[in-house]
Design a protein. Sequence first.
Length: 345
Amino acid sequence: MKALVKWGCGKENMGIRQVAKPSVGQNDLLIEVAAVGICGSDLHIWRDEKEHKEPVTLGHEYAGVVTEKGSEVGEEWQVGDRICGDLETEKGRIGTHVNGAYAPLLSIPKRLAHRLPNNLSFEEGALIELVTCMSYSAMYRSRIWPGDFIVIAGPGPIGLTMLQMVKLFTPRAVMVTGLKSDGKRLAKAKELGADYTFYSEDEPVKKVMRLTDGKGVDVCIDASGGEVAIKQCLRMVRIGGWVTVVGLWGRDFKTNLDMIPYHCLTVRGGWGWAGMEYDDQMVRQAMGWHSWERALQIMAMGKANLLPLITRKVRMEEWRDAFEALERKEEIKIIMYPNEKYMPK
């Protein structure tokens, strides 16, 4: 079968190759991939900015249909069941350390599978990781109270999902900041409920101070992976405020951290879901399962809407054009279809 594989350093060493059909272990499910989201971390791997195994088939935001199950899988899973899936295996992350979903078929341990509610599409199932990560970061890796003023730096898929999560806390106001090249994404932020949007180049710190009578915001969430954004976050948060970092920079940079001790700020990383604080894949699997189930409940209840984030749908053979469009910020979220039959007409 064909798969999108990263086999060496450099952008030129990634492409579609023939690979073997995945084997199905006793406790595994074989999934026919219906939809898979292109994640920003996939672009980081393409550019050699994120650690990964080589060769590896990319793709970790997936949903599909069970087509085969291992001999030890019980009646809880049947051929034809619709699933979306976690990505933490005993050997590492799907699409990073073990082969992922940029392929027609994917074999996963049964404990990674989550039943896709009937009222959610495959596309929504493929993007459930966004809600899993951002809901957990908002609830457990940030300190958000009703009535808070919150700034989200970065209007990409992560930032736009986080916007919907923090709105559930009934904040006083939410501002989303981004570069002038993020115009399309900032417009989407307004559509999804942002009270304010602001260009990073136009000094949002001054705007924040005017809106908060010089005190600063309660919480700033950096979802941008940009050097300017984290510097602005540290300057716009009030004394005793909170900064949560969920974006990846992919490189080193210099910044002044004096505001952290001077203003008694709390700065916290917000990567992933429950269990990510432990360097043990089995712990991550066990604890993370509940984060994914909670995210599915949030989606099924209609409290988060990811469909407006999808701005393009492509076949797997169009992957390079899709990656380049995301690099240029021409799109917000792109869904890929490794199996032609699931590609919308």
